[in-house]
Design a protein around this ligand. Structure first.
Ligand SMILES: Nc1ncnc2c1ncn2[C@@H]1O[C@H](COP(=O)(O)OP(=O)(O)OP(=O)(O)O)[C@@H](O)[C@H]1O
Ligand SMILES: [Mg+2]
Length: 216
């Protein structure tokens, strides 16, 4: 299965989610994931390189830009699953990945400026669906405020994403330092022993995603 994690808004949590999803898939044991860094900023490639120097379970990573459909066709036969981390802008790599992937996961922070790009992303999704009808779309609220009094922001963001057919997952990731801290030496929040809260969020998000995919 090919997952593409994308959103043209920078900093929404794409690289963090893509890396953690690859670790999650690897931990399931029945799939041999490949990470594709499709962002010239190389966040995920650098993370994977640091991880390669550690004792953690290894996850191969390749860097691709431009139209990545053809390389995806080749790589699909060699890996149990592929997770693509796109850059924080509309790009040929993002559109070509969506044209071939099985699942698109769109992270959104529940903030005005992030949600402003949601209609544009919905249009890009529609264009992708016109050529790739098997593509399943989900969005995920990330870096959500932890104060209960701010819960209305999460509900409002979910409601907007729902109205745009971007299928927000019920589970979210809270704004927790564990995401930044776990980055050390190529760890993921799922493996970060010092603080398990961020990892619990990630597991809940991916468990829900896999359950929904099993149902479809
Ligand atoms: N749930 C979270 N809580 C707190 N910090 C987070 C969370 N998710 C990600 N971050 C942090 O936010 C920053 C941006 O995350 P990330 O690099 O994953 O975003 P991105 O969408 O890939 O950015 P870009 O568009 O630049 O590629 C990082 O410092 C990351 O550690
Ligand atoms: Mg990134």
């Amino acid at each position: 299965m090919i997952f593409v994690v994308c959103n043209e808004k920078g900093g929404s949590g794409k690289s963090s989610l893509a890396q953690t999803l690859a670790v999650y898939l690897k931990s399931k044991g029945n799939t041999d994931p490949l990470l594709i860094d499709a962002d010239p900023q190389r966040t995920t490639a650098e993370w994977a390189a640091e991880r390669a120097d550690s004792d953690l379970p290894q996850i191969p990573c390749v860097e691709l830009t431009g139209n990545i459909t053809k390389p995806l066709q080749d790589l699909k036969n060699r890996y149990g699953s592929i997770v693509i981390d796109c850059g924080g802008a509309d790009s040929k790599a993002m559109r070509s990945a969506m044209a071939y992937a099985d699942v698109a996961l769109l992270p959104f922070r529940p903030k005005r400026r992030d949600l402003k790009v949601a209609p544009g992303m919905s249009d890009i999704v529609d264009t992708a669906l016109a050529i790739n009808s098997k593509l399943k779309i989900f969005s995920c609220i990330t870096q959500a405020p932890t104060l209960p009094s701010q819960g209305y922001r999460i509900l409002a963001a979910k409601s907007l994403l729902e109205s745009l057919d971007l299928k927000p997952l019920n589970h979210i990731t809270r704004n927790l330092n564990g995401w930044d801290d776990a980055d050390e030496s190529g760890h993921s929040v799922l493996e970060w022993q010092q603080d398990s809260k961020a990892g619990e969020d990630a597991k809940a998000v991916f468990d829900e995603l896999m359950e929904l995919l099993d149902e479809k």
